[in-house]
Design a protein around this ligand. Sequence first.
Ligand code: AHR
Length: 306
Amino acid sequence: LSSAAMADLPALEKKDRYKVGFAQTESNNPWRIAETKSFKDTAASCNWDLVYTDAAGSAAKQVSDVDSMIAQGVDVIFLPPREERPLLPAVLRAKAQGVPVFLVDRSVDEKVAKAGRDYVTFLGSNFIEQGAIAANWLIEKTGGKGLILELEGTTGSSPANDRRKGFDDEIAKHPDMKILASQSGDFARDKGRKVTETLLQTYPNADVIYAHNDEMAIGAIQALEAAGRVPGKDVLIVSVDGTRDALQAILDGKMGVTVESSPFFGPLACETMKRYANGETIEPWVRVTDRVFTIENAAKHIDEAY
Ligand code: AHR
């Protein structure tokens, strides 16, 4: 990316204190709560006056939250777009009003919006790789055999789209593996449980569940137990995030693997914003590297989990 492209974006003045917007998507899971805490903790250490909003699971509310931040005159906005498309107009309005936007944890549709042109950068994990790591753990564990139910995240969100692609592409290379059904549980525990309950009735032969996040995986474990199946034995569970409940499920033998997706974006947000204010050209994707939690290391990491 050339600095000329960056020059297209609103500049950020160098100053001691910033008014910073963080437009959260929802707060119904430990991952979101940990992310919000990371931003709130960073507000103190990075000299931010934080304007925090919670869209309560509605992309439409998140759009109006961003608009109201622009109206309140924030210096920058950190935004995890709940879904890839609906937030685009708000991102463009922020730019037009001179407010630089940093996408954080989720991205927008890269076919229509570009880092360095429409927003500064995307801070986040490689979701395609997370899905591929989960698939490859499973392939190795089962010798390439399995009848899989997939619990997708929020429809239209970048982690749901990419975790599906990363996983499905690996599985497709193995003729004895089949994805029986793939359905959204909206990244929520309760929906994950309900969707699993229904899918188990249609596909009682399933022996693997791949959940796009730990909350849905925990919901799936509850549904399996209610149906008299033994998670971790009758049905292998693979997932993404690395929450405390997931690490406990691994230690209890109920879950096989969770690929980490770190929610601790505050310090990286502070650092990247300062680099931008210093006039540095920011790379289009500030990548977060993730670990993998299995029975080999879950005990070591559970105390630091959220
Ligand atoms: O965008 C990251 C995903 O969103 C996390 O995996 C999930 O738990 C959250 O809701």
